[in-house]
Each structure stands twice: as C-alpha cells, then as structure tokens.
Design a protein around this ligand. Sequence first.
Ligand SMILES: Nc1nc2c(ncn2[C@@H]2O[C@H](COP(=O)(O)OP(=O)(O)OP(=O)(O)O)[C@@H](O)[C@H]2O)c(=O)[nH]1
Ligand SMILES: [Mg+2]
Length: 331
Amino acid sequence: MPANLTPQYKKAEEEYRRAQTPEEEVRCLERMLQEIPKHKGTDKLQAELKAKISKARHEAEHAKKAGKKGGVSHKIPRQGAGRVVIVGGPNAGKSQLLRSLTRATPEVAPYPYTTREPHPGMMPWEDVQVQLIDTPPISKDVFDPETLGLIRGADLALLMVDLGADEGIDDVQAVLARLNETKTRLAKESSLHEEDVGLSFTQTFLVLNKIDLPDAADRIALLKEFCPLDFREFRISAEHGAGLEDLRNAIYQALDVVRVYTKSPTKKEPDYDRPYTIRRGGTLIEIAELVHRDLAANFKYARVWGQKVIGGSQMKGEYVVEDKDVVEIHA
Ligand SMILES: Nc1nc2c(ncn2[C@@H]2O[C@H](COP(=O)(O)OP(=O)(O)OP(=O)(O)O)[C@@H](O)[C@H]2O)c(=O)[nH]1
Ligand SMILES: [Mg+2]
C-alpha cells in the first residue's frame, strides 16, 4: 500500500469495510477512487479499485434481481467513541455482560434463546462512553441477519464462550461456521480482504465467561485443544465481576481513539464535559468536521494546548491531535 494515502481516503476505506449492502459497497469504492491521490505511485491501486467497483456493481445488480435485502441494521444509531457487538452461542452470558458493563437491562435467563433482538447500552470509560450491543444467539439453527450487519459495522466484536456447559465449545464452533458462510468474519484485526470484494473482518476478543463455575478450567483446556483460536482472550465472570475491569479497559484501548476537548474562542475554559473522540491519527480538520461542517470548510487555524505543543500554539488543519488535546478552532 502506498504510504501517501490521505486521511479522507482511509476514512472512505473504513466505511467500505463496514458497508452493509452491495450498493453501499459501490458507493464507498467510488468515493475511494475519488479520494485516491492521482499519480504513478497509485496506478496499480486505482486499477484495482476500478476492478472492484465493476465487481461490486455486478453483485449489486445480482442482489437486486434476487430481491435480497441483506442484514441491514439502521435501527440502532451509532453513539459514543465506538461500537462493540457481543456475539456468541445461546446462554453464553451475552446479556449478563451488557448488564454488568452498562446500565442497560436486557433480559437474562437460565435457558437459551432468551434474547430476540439486539439491545444497546453505553459503557463508561473515564470520561467517554462506548456503545455495546447485545445480540440474539447464533447457532446452527438461528442466525438473525441483523446480527451480521452489526458485526460488520462494529469496531470490535466480543465472541462469548459459555464455560458453564459442555456444549460451550460446539456452540462457539457453530458461530464461526455460520459466519464462514458469509462475507463477514471475525479476526484478530479489522481488515478487508485484498481480492475478495466485500469480504470484511472485524477485530474480535474471545471472552470466556462463567470462570466462577467449578468445571470452567477443564473446559478452557478442552477449548484450547479442540478449538484453538488466535483472538486476544479474556476470562471473566459476567455475573460476579471477575476480569471485567481488564475487559473494559481493553475494549476502550481496542477502539484506538483519542479524546479532544474543544474550547470556544469566547470562553475562558474548555468544555471538559464532552470530549470528541476520533481515531488515533486523526487531524484538526476532522475534529472541526465533528463540531460543525461549516467549521471544517472555513477552517483557518486552531490554537492547541496539549502534551506535544506549547500551550496555545497555532496549528494547521493537518496537525494530528493527541489524547487530551484542547483545541480552539478559528474559522
Ligand atoms: N455462574 C455464572 N452464570 C452466569 C454468568 N453469566 C451469565 N450467567 C448465567 O447464564 C445464563 C444465561 O445468561 P444470559 O446473559 O441470558 O445469556 P445469553 O448469552 O444472553 O443467552 P441468549 O440470549 O439466550 O443467547 C443465566 O442464567 C445467567 O445468570 C457468570 O459469569 N457466571
Ligand atoms: Mg441474551
């Protein structure tokens, strides 16, 4: 990949990874082609993009003819610093985890297939919030297409394993098998497949739940032997709290965002109540866009107070913001 791709291009690419329908894929790919710097160094990439666009158009046509709707989920709006979706087999403790990490109150019950619909909640981390979404179980027999869309659009997936039942291992294998039939997969890192158009991987943590139960250790050993997975692993008790603080911190870190506080030029103090969050590597212009589109369009400079700049320095739009920077945008 050429190193000189712009943040706008990378943003379009990230949206492409999350695209939920072939039409959306076409739109995102077209935007990537628009944004790509046009010079010799990107010739190959431009050609590849064009080939992907034509392939995606073809698939979109095909899907339209087949009357396929796909797993589109627009019901739950994105909120907070990032979106994390909790998935797994029945009875793994997904709803209990949402209850324990947020103030949401999804139904938790000792029998499988309790959850029928996705359920969001906000998980606090220091002064920011992360959106967690509990989902219906995935199994050999059931797989709600909406869950697929949620996984695809998430910044992180938590794949939960039930250590409280012998079926726990089979259940997690069933989840992976179901996903293998689709173009949405779980992986150690989020990425897009280089050639296979639309094949998208979502960064995943393996969350082994119910470690408070006596047979949990034996079941972990069996899992390692029969279903080794290379995801980052957490061992928790969603109900009793063990391991939850580590998981909470790791979730936030995995989003790879920084916080920025804004200050109005007419006020003395920054607004410390509501930080903006942005992907690490994001710039002042992107912060301006989050505050108001006009502010980005008319951006002149910003004064920045932070770890890496002398307090109140005037910085240009390309300045890469750091965690806890205070910015005062002038337009
Ligand atoms: N011992 C123990 N039990 C737990 C733990 N977490 C959840 N449970 C129990 O496991 C059962 C299932 O929990 P849920 O949170 O409803 O599981 P789920 O994955 O949402 O289940 P579905 O919605 O049916 O897919 C309930 O009886 C919970 O009380 C835990 O950490 N330890
Ligand atoms: Mg549930």
